[in-house]
Design a binder for this molecule. Structure first.
Ligand code: PYC
Length: 325
């Protein structure tokens, strides 16, 4: 339920390879439930106002990812975390994990070194350095289906892989006529959004009906000396990831590994749309798939108190429920 008194929310902002994370570090918001999946569901039900107030305009923007620190379910974790964006909650988020890591370091809650974080998609380990380099060992990632055809209205048949990297991804080559470049953001967004809608219309999902809410398109890197591939990732709320997307890089690593194109321990350098790079490698998992390790750098950009006065316009953010958008 929305609060009817003024709320002061303490946040620390960071960016990881260009992609922002706003971490709620104060305000005593503890979603109910025991496991992280239960806490995520409780957050979605009880605290949707907190989500939209912190990451949507006028305080945030569409690309902003939020992170709520909470009690972990696993006692050996430094914190639990629930990630969210402009339209809802996320399963996992690796650029956000890197942002949380430098935030906790900035606060003095942890020192440089290895720590564990409890997330709704599972336990992740991060190793953070004083300079902001963060190596994250992700949850088991795997390719669910290979070379899946989907008929996309206005485009034709597009083939791609469906893979889990902490979120569900459809991974495909970018069409040759649309360069993976900042100058083509509108075209890339339109193409990816059509693809996502076509997957939904066709009832194509991840395992157990998991919604494929991230689209990842690939092209050769701008500079092969610096990266092996360049991607464009469209997130669930139609914002593009400014970073190479950590869960998307994990999904890519799982596909490469399952296709015999990446050996254990071999480094894959994934550039994003800004040509910032995540480095990844995998360790095969006994249950199939792989455990990816993804490394990037994150930087604290602001400390702030957000003031939410329920008597003011758009106090809980500009959303489709309070506009004609
Ligand atoms: O880095 O995993 C990621 C991510 C997910 C959505 C935006 N970034």
């Amino acid at each position: 339920m929305k609060p009817n008194s003024i709320q002061r929310i303490q946040v620390i902002d960071s960016h990881t390879a260009g992609e922002p994370t706003r971490t709620i570090v104060g305000g005593a918001f503890e979603p109910g439930g025991e496991t992280m999946a239960e806490k995520r569901a409780a957050f979605a039900g009880e605290y949707d106002w907190l989500r939209s107030a912190t990451v949507c305009e006028p305080r945030g923007h569409d690309a902003m990812v939020g992170a709520l620190l909470c009690e972990p379910y696993s006692p050996d974790c430094v914190s639990g975390v629930i990630f969210f964006n402009n339209v809802g909650v996320l399963n996992g988020c690796l650029h956000g994990t890197m942002g949380v890591a430098v935030t906790l370091l900035h606060q003095g809650r942890i020192g440089p070194g290895k720590h564990r974080l409890d997330t709704p998609s599972g336990l992740v380990t991060f190793d953070v350095s004083a300079s902001g380099t963060v190596e994250v060992t992700n949850v088991r990632s795997y390719r669910h289906q290979h070379d899946v055809p989907v008929e996309v209205p206005g485009v034709g048949v597009v083939k791609g892989d469906i893979a889990w990297g902490g979120n569900w991804f459809f991974l495909a080559d970018a069409p040759p006529e649309i360069p993976v470049s900042l100058s083509c953001l509108d075209e890339l967004t339109d193409y990816s959004w059509r693809l996502r809608n076509a997957l939904e219309e066709a009832g194509i999902t991840g395992a157990n009906g998991g919604e494929i809410d991230h689209i990842e398109l690939f092209a050769p890197p701008a500079d092969p000396q610096l990266a092996d591939s360049k991607n464009f990732v469209l997130c669930p709320g139609k914002a593009y990831d400014r970073s190479p997307c950590g869960t998307g890089t994990s999904a890519k690593l799982a596909c490469l590994s399952e296709g015999g194109l990446l050996n254990e321990g071999q480094i894959w350098r994934q550039a994003g749309i800004l040509d910032s790079v995540f480095e990844g490698r995998v360790k095969k998992h006994t249950d199939g798939g792989a455990i990816p390790t993804v490394t990037g750098s994150a930087f604290v950009t602001a400390e702030a108190i957000l003031i939410i006065d329920p008597t003011t316009p758009f106090a809980f953010g500009i959303t489709s429920s309070n506009t004609e958008l």
